[in-house]
Design a protein around this ligand. Structure first.
Ligand code: HEC
Ligand code: HEC
Length: 332
């Protein structure tokens, strides 16, 4: 009895040591820790990033001026966004401004500079308020992809700042979105509006062109496939590579990775062309739920069975112990 307890103690010790000591240490060495910022967008992360680059530039004496200008531009930009977010927007006055958005963001829109402008039907719940302000002021800065542009007004949505010019107008449009384009959205709608213009989901039969219809004739099916390939070529030219299919990304990446990646792709893949998507907490939860429904549909069943498996092991251990005791009875 005493001996068994000792063996059990040793096994338990090493198991826990591996689980809480070695594994987390190895993980921390292999992946840098990225702080999540709770789906708030005030530029803190972007400014920190720019300042780190500036420090590195100063050390190497290379491109110091450019790094200095970027850090300064980021600080000014986000300070302005925070200032606008404090203005009281008038949703009624914002409707006229929104008409300009709808010129590009309409149902059945065509590819524009690389992607199809997404539907804004739920933009009020899907995106964070500060992020929407930033996006209208300067979409390349908002998405933290300004490094891709010599002049950020070259972004496919860059012309917006010349249509909606005053800070009050920006606040009004955002107030309009928050008042009229919010409300319950399904998990699929969240994915469609936030990610689908770039990412296909093979398991859900969706592509950058939306749901793939069922075709009666092979000829029509092939025609549609050609259209998908043409659309993907445009996205590829815009992004530098075709964004990956997200069918099973929920199983390939940790939850923390996904959350921090969507909040700020640069934090995990420095230099990547994927923009920040600017989701609100609610928007992110919906997208994550959709990725789980499609990529890991058996998750609820698996989780439900977990406690039963553990209960089985506990009962089984008790029985095994009693059986052993019975067999060895009188042999010592
Ligand atoms: C000139 C056409 C055009 C106009 C006008 C325009 N947009 Fe866009 N918008 C785009 C394109 C193109 C994209 C996709 C850009 C990308 O994914 O890189 C986009 C993306 C977006 C996104 C998704 C951003 C993200 O990071 O997920 C939102 C939200 C949005 N626009 C809101 C607006 C609002 C609000 C207005 C009006 C104030 C507006 N847009 C006006 C073309 C336009
Ligand atoms: C404007 C285009 C665009 C949009 C919109 C977009 N992505 Fe991406 N995404 C990309 C590109 C490009 C890559 C490839 C990045 C690379 O390898 O540099 C990528 C890569 C990814 C990856 C893989 C990261 C890895 O580990 O390699 C994930 C996960 C991802 N995107 C999730 C999302 C989610 C979730 C959304 C919607 C909330 C979204 N993306 C919206 C362009 C986009």
């Amino acid at each position: 009895m005493n001996k068994e307890l000792k063996i059990f103690g040793v096994v338990t010790f090493f198991t826990l040591f591996l689980y809480w000591g070695v594994e987390p240490f190895a993980h921390s060495q292999m992946h840098k820790h990225v702080e999540s910022h709770g789906f708030t967008y005030d530029g803190t992360a972007d400014i920190k990033e720019a300042e780190a680059k500036l420090a590195a530039a100063k050390e190497s004496g290379n491109k110091v001026e450019k790094a200095e200008a970027t850090a300064k531009a980021k600080k000014e930009f986000w300070a302005n966004v925070v200032k606008i977010s404090k203005l009281k927007g008038d949703p009624v006055a914002g409707e006229a401004g929104f008409a300009m958005c709808a010129g590009c963001h309409m149902d059945g829109a065509m590819n524009m500079g690389g992607v199809i402008p997404p539907s804004l039907n739920h933009a009020g719940s899907l995106y964070d308020k500060n992020y929407l302000i930033a996006l209208i002021k300067n979409p390349a800065m908002a998405g933290n992809v300004d490094h891709k542009y010599k002049d950020t007004s070259m972004h496919p949505m860059g012309s917006v700042s010349s249509m909606i010019t005053t800070d009050q107008d920006v606040a009004n449009v955002v107030a309009y979105l928050k008042a009229n384009k919010a409300g319950e959205l399904t998990t699929k709608e969240a994915f469609t509006e936030a990610c689908e213009r770039c990412h296909a989901m093979r398991y859900a039969k969706t592509t950058q062109l939306g749901d793939t219809p069922k075709f009666k004739y092979k000829k029509d099916e092939l025609k549609h496939q050609v259209k998908i390939l043409e659309e993907q070529d445009l996205v590829k030219a815009y992004m530098g590579k075709l964004p990956p299919d997200l069918s099973i990304i929920i199983r390939a990446r940790s939850e923390h990775f996904l959350e921090t990646f969507v909040e700020n792709p640069q934090s995990q893949l420095a230099g990547t062309s994927m923009p920040r998507v600017g989701l609100s907490h609610e928007g992110y939860e919906k997208v994550k739920e959709y990725l789980t429904e499609i990529g890991d549909p058996s998750k609820p069943a698996r989780e439900a069975i977990g406690p039963w498996v553990i209960l089985f092991f506990i009962i089984f251990t008790g029985l095994a112990f009693l059986w052993k005791k019975e067999k060895w009875n009188g042999h010592h």
